[in-house]
Design a protein around this ligand. Structure first.
Ligand code: NAP
Length: 345
């Protein structure tokens, strides 16, 4: 039986996820939508197959008996209350990153889930499902390049969305690398330093680019270039340096053309193009898990991984909080992490 999904936030990524749930993946049906812009939600609902309800509030959608599971795609500051409401209603909730925009709000979600006694929250750190990132992790885990010592990351966007604020370079963009670092090495990040340089002329009041330096529990150094207005396209790079060799994501252009003494290949326009397969896989894995929980079909994910949890959302936001302080003070800042509850063992 299909999982009946309600989607909160019908902006750019909300509509992309609705399309994938409706047209690409199996096992779900979008039955309700909500957006702060009611007219937009109505328009989105009208284009969907079947009878799709439009709710005036996120709480109304969460309380709807026809909704089995909730997808939160509103802007970051609205996430915490919407996820908490879903947990209070006992409904599984997939929340786009960041889980919340502060460490304190993420901790409230972790505490609510622990009090509920079961894991209901998934966070949209989709790079964990990207085939190239997974292969990179497999090589590192296999010990092929020796013990990892450093990781060089590049996160470049052609431009920023309308909701972007000066802190968003850290809370909305760099959080992906914070999650990737924790996942890649299976370690927490302990300290953060930030360097600002010459500002991109396209960046207005945003400090862009930024260089963020993370260090993990075992001492691995991770440098992250964040450039959010570099017009040429969306470019994500990652190289792990080990004791014996290095491993890096390949170039994402599927075809390169050599012509007239030149070489050309395509750079993705944005995250929807670069990570389309990762989003499909993360949602399919979530749906399979939900169907197993809701209908007892006995599914377990292919590698036993339950996907990014509320704890993962909390830990990334703890790093992002420390990074904001590091950017403000110019100092190296220690990440503050609460003890990890047994629920996330
Ligand atoms: P967006 O296009 O601006 O959509 C956000 C939606 O939330 C809009 O419809 C917006 O309405 C609505 N909204 C604004 N304030 C709200 C509130 N107080 N309560 C409820 N809804 C509200 O942004 P987006 O690019 O889709 O991003 C949405 C979320 O997805 C963000 O957290 C972002 O970080 C995340 N995201 C993740 C990825 C990824 O790679 N995993 C990629 C893109 C985005 P208005 O248009 O009327 O303001």
């Amino acid at each position: 039986m299909a999982v009946r999904v309600g989607v909160i936030g019908t902006g750019t990524i909300g509509r992309d996820h609705i399309r994938r749930l409706t047209r690409t993946l199996s096992g779900s049906r979008v039955v309700a939508v909500n957006d702060i812009d009611a007219g937009l939600a109505e328009k989105v609902a009208a284009r969907l197959p079947g009878d799709v309800r439009t709710h005036g509030t996120a709480d109304g959608l969460i309380a709807d008996d026809a909704v089995d599971a909730v997808v939160v795609c509103s802007w970051g500051p609205a996430h915490a209350e919407q996820v908490l409401a879903a947990v209070a209603a006992g409904k599984p909730v997939f929340c786009e990153k960041p889980l919340a925009t502060t460490r304190a709000d993420c901790l409230r979600i972790v505490e609510a889930e622990v009090a509920a006694g079961r894991r209901l929250v998934r966070v949209g750190y989709m790079r964990r499902y990207d085939p190239a990132y997974r292969e990179l992790k497999r090589v590192v885990d296999a010990g092929a390049i020796g013990a990892p010592l450093m990781m060089h990351c590049v996160h470049r966007n052609a431009g920023v969305p309308a909701f972007y604020e000066p802190d968003s370079t850290i809370t909305d963009t760099a959080v992906h690398e914070m999650d990737v670092t924790r996942w890649m090495f299976g370690e927490e990040i302990t300290t953060v330093t930030v360097l600002r340089g010459r500002r991109n002329r396209h960046s207005g009041d945003i400090d862009d680019p930024l260089l963020v330096l993370l260090q993990t529990e075992s001492g691995i150094l991770v440098d992250v270039e964040i450039s959010v207005n570099i017009r040429y396209g969306y470019d994500i790079r990652c190289e792990v340096v080990g004791e014996d060799g290095t491993a890096a994501l390949g170039d994402t252009a599927p075809v390169t053309v050599r012509l007239d003494r030149g070489i050309t290949g395509r750079v993705p326009a944005d995250y929807r193009e670069r990570f389309a397969e990762a989003y499909d896989r993360e949602f399919q894995s979530w749906l399979d898990e939900l169907r197993s929980d809701l209908h007892g079909s006995g599914h377990t994910d292919h590698d036993g991984d339950r996907g990014p949890s509320a704890w993962d959302g909390y830990a990334a936001s703890a790093v992002s909080d420390a990074t904001l302080t590091a950017a403000r003070t110019g100092s190296r800042i220690a990440v503050q992490l609460a003890p990890r509850p047994a629920l996330y063992g």
